[in-house]
Write a protein that binds this ligand. Sequence first.
Ligand SMILES: Cc1cc2nc3c(=O)[nH]c(=O)nc-3n(C[C@H](O)[C@H](O)[C@H](O)COP(=O)(O)OP(=O)(O)OC[C@H]3O[C@@H](n4cnc5c(N)ncnc54)[C@H](O)[C@@H]3O)c2cc1C
Length: 383
Amino acid sequence: MIVGGGIAGLTLGYWLKHHGEQPTIIEQAAQRRDEGYGIDFSGSGWDVAQRMGILTELEGRQIQVESMVLKNSQGQTIVKQPLAPLREALPHPMLHLMRPELETVLADALPSDLPVHYATTIVRLEQYVEYVEVRFNGGRVEQFDLVIGADGIHSQTRQLVFGPESQFAQPLGYTFATFKIPKLADYGANATMLIEPQRQATIYPDRRGGFLMMLAYRSQQTQLPAPDQRKAMLQTEYRKAGWLVPQLIDSINHESAFYCDVISQIRMPRWSHGRVALVADAAHCLTLISGQGAATAMGGAYVLAEELAKTADHQAAFQAYEQRMRPFVDRKQAGARRVGLTFVPRTRLGVQLTRLMMRAAFSPRLARSIGKRIGFDSVLAMV
Ligand SMILES: Cc1cc2nc3c(=O)[nH]c(=O)nc-3n(C[C@H](O)[C@H](O)[C@H](O)COP(=O)(O)OP(=O)(O)OC[C@H]3O[C@@H](n4cnc5c(N)ncnc54)[C@H](O)[C@@H]3O)c2cc1C
């Protein structure tokens, strides 16, 4: 059984089925989501999507972001750079997608005899020598050979089998939020950023003519207030921010997609215990600072399915999966911790330096070297 019908869960379901298994996928959401945030998609995700034959479908859903625009606090444009040179300098092709669209394409790729059971979650999980016994919300109890937690950064499977999240979550010193915004100005087909000491805000288009905002600010929070308090928290943090940012935060509607979280890595000594294993964010959330979480989720799911198909010994398969994924994940997490030191500048001088770097980054030579550094590599190329 796969807990979580997100990026990793759907990919794992597809590949287990491909290898002749009959998995069950459960998902706590009441139905398929059609709202979310934008992601850059490349590397491992690209390679797995190619093997699933869904690349053309994904290419048709990409969002065109033409330039990177930097505003000052008065709303004046101080840098505008076309993104094409940076994109061309990447060692791997990259698509800009909305995460729910990736989820839709993955769900549509599942064979018809592999449904996702929505509005379903686990409340208890007990391991025996030959099976795992699971109690679902609603009270039903069933037995499974193996349980895979693909239930994201706040994994319930991890909580039930390995212990509380606080043991494994390592905050990187930031809080983020992302939400839909009204059109208070002509944002264009651009990623438009305001960077100030301690906080930043970015506006970007979705694929339906709408726009989203992403906020990231320095904070020592390890936990957020209750969901209905979060808009007020952002209003306080950004009350002195420039341009349109405070007005756009005022427009947050709790009813529509509004994600807000502490940016934390998940670091665990082991990703499996007995007949239960974790995959993707549940095992090793990389964070939006490194990016590549969705791509790595697909890579990890592919590798896990492949290892399970090689042997009837699930312990050996879990071990082989972890051995293949660990070096890649460790490298990405170490990279995110380094970038995290300067992800949002602390001071006015830091802001000036960031602006200079953004201007320089688009010279062809620097674009190539940055492209190499931020370019997504693929875990499938390592084995
Ligand atoms: C703002 C932001 C920007 C990002 N940008 C990028 C990017 O540019 N590139 C990139 O590759 N990645 C990016 N990521 C990361 C990426 O979205 C995640 O790493 C990826 O979605 C992880 O996949 P997953 O399957 O582990 O978890 P998810 O995709 O989160 O899926 C987990 C699923 O499990 C379900 N679930 C949770 N709990 C339960 C339960 N108890 N029972 C049943 N179901 C449950 C959830 O509803 C969800 O559907 C970004 C993330 C954020 C937040």
